[in-house]
Structure formats: C-alpha cells, structure tokens
Design a protein around this ligand. Structure first.
Ligand code: FAD
Length: 597
C-alpha cells in the first residue's frame, strides 16, 4: 500500500475476516490453464451483471474467457463504491453505490446464478445472503398519514386452484381499496384494466398494448391525484425511470403488475418474497465473491480497459480495438474466436461501425432505444431512521424518490464498527428517478442543480414526506455525510452528464430491442436492453440476456455442452382458456372481452 493511501473497503474487510474475509482476491490461482491453451476463446466486453453472467456460463463450459471492463472494479451499475476520505481508525470506507439493489421474488435466472457463486458458510452460495423486506412504506407529504403495507397481510390471496377472474378482481380491488384508499369507482376501473391485460393473448399484448402508454391504458388523465401518483407514476417512474405518460402498457402490466406484484403476493412461480436485498454492500455480498469464483474458473479480467470499436471484416468480427480507460497507452487490437458485447446500449452503439450495422439491421434499430437518468444518493446517518422494514416510496416527491435504510439488513455487519469514522450508524440509500421536474427547495430540476443542491433538495423532499406528521424521522443533526456516484458530472453547468444511464421502456420499445444472436456468426449481445422475456431493464434482464447470448454462441459453435436454462415469467394456467378466446377475438378485430374502454 502506498503511503497515505486509504485502504479500500475490500482490503479492510478482507483483513477483518467475516463476510469479506473469504475474499483474498487474486490469491486464487486460475484453474490450470495449460501452456498451450486449446480452448475456444471469448472476449466479453463489459464487466457488469450481464458480462459476468456470460463469463460464468462460458467458463463452466470450458471456454477461455477474457472480460474487458472500463472501470477498475467489476459489477457495473450494481457494484459498490468506496466513499473517498471516509475511513478512519482502521475501518473500511463508507459503502456507496450507483443505486440500491433489490431482488424481487419473480426473478428466477439471477437467483440461479447467485446459488452457483460459492460463499463461505452458505450452502446455497451468495443466494444465502438475500434478506426479505416485510413491508413497504408509502410516505405521503403535506401532513397526510403514511401507509405501511405489510406484504403478507395485504390481501387474502385465493387458494391455489381457485384463481377465477372474479377472485382476481377481488384481490386487486380489495388490495387497492384497503391499502391505498382510492375512490371506489377508480379502484374498480383499475382492477378491470388489469384484468384486460391478464386475459389478453400474447399477440394483443405484443401488437396492441405495447403501443399504448400506461397512462392512457389506465385513463390516469381522468382520475384523481392519488390514482395518478400511485398507479400511474408509482408503478412506472418511481420504479424504473420510465415516465407513466410514455411507458409501454405491456411492460408495466406484464412484468411489474402481473409478475412482481400479483404473482409475488400469490407466491406463484417465484423464487422468494416480493422484496429482497443483500445482507451487506453489494460488492461484499455478491460481486467480490463472484469475481473470486470466476478467477478460479480461469476467467481473465482486463480492468481499466475501454472498448472502442468492434472490428467487422469479411462477414465476421476479427478483433476489438481497446485502450486504457485513463487515456494512457496506445490503442491495440484484441482477438478471440467469439465476441460477446455486454456493454449498456448507449456505450455499445458507438462501438458498432457502419459495416457492422449494415450486416445486421437490428443493431441500427438500437438507435431508437432510449436511456434516462436514475441515480442514487446515499445519506450516512448518526441515528437509525427506522422508515420501514423494506423499501419506501415517496409518491408525492417531485423527483420520484424511493429509499431503503440498509443497516437493518446487514446482519453480518456492525456499521459503525466496520465503516467510516465510527460515527455513522446507517446508510439511507435513495434513488432519484425523476431528473427533469422542478423540486421544492430551488424550483429547479435535478439536472439544473449543482451536486450539493441535488443532495439538499433530495433531503428536503424526504423530510417533507417523513417529518410531516409530528414525528421527526430525519433530523439535520443526524446527517453525517453523503455520496453520489462520480459518474454524474457537470451538474449545475451547461452540460450535465451521466455515464451510467438506464434503459427506459416507452411504448414501442419492444420492437427495437435486438436478440442475443446477431447475423454475424461470432458476435453476440447481452445487456439489459437485449430482448428478454422479463422485458424490464433489471439485473434479471441482464442475466437472462447473458444466458440467451451464451446459448446462441454454443449453437454457433455446434457445442455439445448443455444450454443455459432460461426461466420465463410464470403464467397462470387458469387464464390460458381466456387468453385463447382473446386470441380468436384479436384475429377477428374484436376488443378483449373485459375491455369496456
Ligand atoms: C439507480 C439504479 C438502480 C437500480 N436498481 C436496480 C434494482 O434494485 N434491481 C435490479 O434488478 N436492477 C436495478 N437497476 C437496473 C440494473 O442496475 C441494470 O439493469 C443492470 O445492472 C444492467 O447490467 P448490464 O450488465 O447490462 O449493464 P451495466 O451494469 O451498465 O454493466 C456494463 C459494464 O460495461 C462497462 N462499460 C461501459 N462502456 C464500456 C466500454 N466502452 N468499454 C469497456 N467497458 C465498458 C461498464 O463500466 C459496466 O461495468 C437499477 C439501475 C439504476 C440506474
């Protein structure tokens, strides 16, 4: 260690043992890589969830994998970051992140990968580090009482095998009426709209509902403020950064409502509870053990390497132009038998030259995909806030905030003893999903604010929702320090920028998403923008896309290795008959039976 250099979180926790103690990274010798390596080689571009998932599957199938990653750390948007200058007394730096991580129960592909990453003391590997949140808080502003929804007591789910349309209608309407106190006619209308989608055939979902914005589908424009904020914005912008007025009905209804909420509450086709988080900062609980496992499988990592161009010649990819991401050193070409791009779409596009785009039109179609800002702010507190045992949503916050107080789930950690200078006892991790609406302190959008103003405004919006009914949940005196990903730059100036944007899902997005296989025989795509069944820019989508990309590569190679299993979203068998009827009606140009407009 250089003089005066702060030890990283990984170094401190490694020395301390416990959850991080097993992670003497680099100490594990790669599995015997023979001097004359005869394995087929794959260059994986990008070391986020999709790139690491692909590397994992490929290495298990005997491929020689090298991952090229821009940053010095793996994990992409999911990774943890050290808060610079925050450590004292031999502790690790405070743990920061781009935005908090949650693993809803309907994820199936990613949990399978988590189970296959060994973790000391956990028979089911990293999966054993997941913890369930038991409630969610809707923190209202303006003196309105907050609502805390205990997931398991939310409704009385119908018994399995008794999932009639009437039972579903009661479940949705009853849940909304009890939990959200919306006007009865609006509740009934919303329940019917959900039923329309649930009973729609695939063709109608893909061709009709994909083109309709969620806001219009649920007629939010004609409804009360609460309906708009809770069922319009609350199910879109607050969760996935897509504006309600634009979001694809197919994506919202199929993935967020059907897969996550309905099947989550009913416990059908799920891997676990509705709301799950890790029991330590993400890199400690997951990414670092993953890196260690992949190194043990023989995966090589070229960190701090920027991918600049995927070179296409004679109908194939012949190499990739890379350079050190800090600008040092010359550009060079790396080669492999296969190339698997796992860069986010906004970074992948510039690496595809005109000839490659011409070789597969679905690459050029990616120009129509959009990304937007969703960025976290972490507040380190001297007192635990106790907001909810799970996530909190702030439906009235102009910047669409969601939070989680993390230390309560970090049962392998003693926050003040392990992190920072010992005075911070918790990290309140906030996601800011709306960067284009004026806030309440400065009347400016987040993009117009300086970094400090974004933080002050976020804090003010939290307090407006949490401290407005008598109890002081957040106090200025409790605020120790804060952190925001340095990938966001230029705030307050004329050119604010964010290197880590998120794919959004406006109506029609589905049609522009590419498949994992391309028309170029040795080029494959992974990433949360690639077409997957889960159809939502998430870590689950990233993992599913990697499985599909690896399967396409195995096919191209004529490999005898078993294909990666790909889980698709659970489909209620009780609805199949109605969906078949709807298929006939759709072909005849008729509306869905339940669609009364
Ligand atoms: C604030 C926020 C909160 C989120 N919360 C959740 C959540 O709770 N649950 C959930 O499931 N999903 C969540 N998501 C979505 C999730 O983070 C992403 O969908 C997922 O991490 C995408 O993984 P990826 O591998 O496709 O891309 P990335 O994570 O972006 O990884 C791509 C990698 O490629 C690297 N790279 C980029 N350009 C280059 C280049 N030119 N050369 C070399 N390397 C390059 C990047 O550095 C990065 O490491 C959240 C997203 C945001 C923005």
């Amino acid at each position: 260690m250089g003089p005066g250099r702060e030890r990283t979180r990984r170094e401190v926790l490694s020395a301390a043992g416990g959850i991080g103690g097993a992670l003497a990274l680099g100490a594990v010798a790669p599995a015997a890589v023979a001097a004359a390596d005869t394995r087929r080689s794959v260059a994986v571009l990008g070391g986020g969830v999709s790139g690491l998932s692909a590397a994992h599957e490929l290495a298990e199938r005997g491929y020689a994998v090298t991952v090229y990653e821009y940053y010095g750390r793996l994990g992409g948007k999911a990774r943890s970051m050290d808060v610079p200058g925050s450590a004292a007394g031999g502790r690790a730096p405070l743990p920061g992140e781009h935005g908090f991580r949650f693993f809803p129960g309907f994820y199936r592909n990613l949990p399978d990968t988590l189970r296959r990453i060994p973790f000391p003391g956990n028979p089911d590997g990293v999966h054993g580090n997941l913890r369930s949140g038991t409630e969610t808080r809707l923190a209202r502003s303006g003196g309105r009482p907050d609502v805390t929804l205990p997931f398991h007591a939310l409704t009385s789910p119908p018994a399995a095998g008794d999932l009639s349309v009437e039972a579903l209608r009661k479940l949705i309407a009853g849940g909304l009426d009890t939990a959200l106190h919306l006007p009865a006619d609006e509740v009934a209308y919303f329940a019917d709209r959900v039923l329309v989608h649930l009973t729609s055939c695939d063709r109608r979902r893909d061709e009709q509902w994909e083109k309709v914005p969620w806001w219009d589908f649920i007629k939010a424009g004609r409804m009360s403020y609460d309906y708009q904020r809770l069922l319009g914005v609350g199910l879109t912008r607050d969760l996935v950064a897509t504006k309600a007025e634009q979001a694809s009905t197919r994506t919202v209804a199929r993935t967020i409502i059907e897969a996550w909420l309905l099947n989550g509450i009913l416990g059908r086709g799920t891997d676990g509870d509705l709301d799950r988080v890790l029991n330590a900062p993400t890199s400690e609980a997951w990414i670092d053990p993953w890196e260690q496992h992949l190194r043990a499988l023989g995966v090589r990592f070229e960190l701090g390497t920027e991918v600049r161009q995927v070179v296409y010649e004679g109908g194939r990819i012949t190499g990739v132009r890379v350079a050190a991401s800090d600008g040092s050193g010359a550009e060079r070409t790396v080669t492999a038998d296969h190339y698997l791009s796992a860069l986010p779409v906004e970074h992948a596009r510039p690496t595809w030259g005109p000839a490659l785009r011409a070789a597969d039109p679905q690459l050029a179609a990616c120009d129509a995909l959009n990304t937007d800002w969703m960025v976290g702010v972490q507040f380190y507190l001297r007192r635990r806030p106790r907001i909810a045992h799970g996530h909190a949503i702030y439906p009235d916050s102009p910047w669409s905030l969601t939070t989680i107080d993390q230390a309560q789930f970090w049962d392998h950690r003693d926050f003040p003893a392990d992190y920072g200078d010992g005075r911070a006892v918790d990290c309140l991790s906030v996601c800011v999903s709306e960067w284009n609406q004026p806030g309440i302190l400065y009347g400016r959008t987040a993009k117009q604010c300086t970094r400090e103003q974004v933080v002050a405004e976020t804090w003010a919006q939290l307090k407006a929702a949490l401290n407005d009914t008598g109890e002081e949940v957040l106090s200025d005196g409790d605020l120790h320090t804060w952190f925001m990903d340095p990938a966001v730059t230029g705030l307050g100036g004329s050119a604010p920028a964010n290197r880590e944007q998120l794919l959004i899902h406006p109506a029609g997005t589905l049609y522009h998403r590419p498949s994992a296989a391309t028309r170029v025989p040795n080029f494959f795509l992974a990433g949360d923008y690639v077409r997957t069944d889960v159809d939502l820019a998430t870590m689950e989508g990233a993992n599913e896309s990697a499985r599909r990309a690896v399967n396409a590569l195995l096919d191209a190679d004529g490999s005898p290795e078993p294909r990666c299993r790909v889980w698709t979203l659970f489909r209620a068998p009780e609805l199949t008959a109605l969906q078949r009827v709807d298929d006939v009606r759709y072909r005849l140009g008729l509306p869905n039976t339940f669609d009364l407009g």
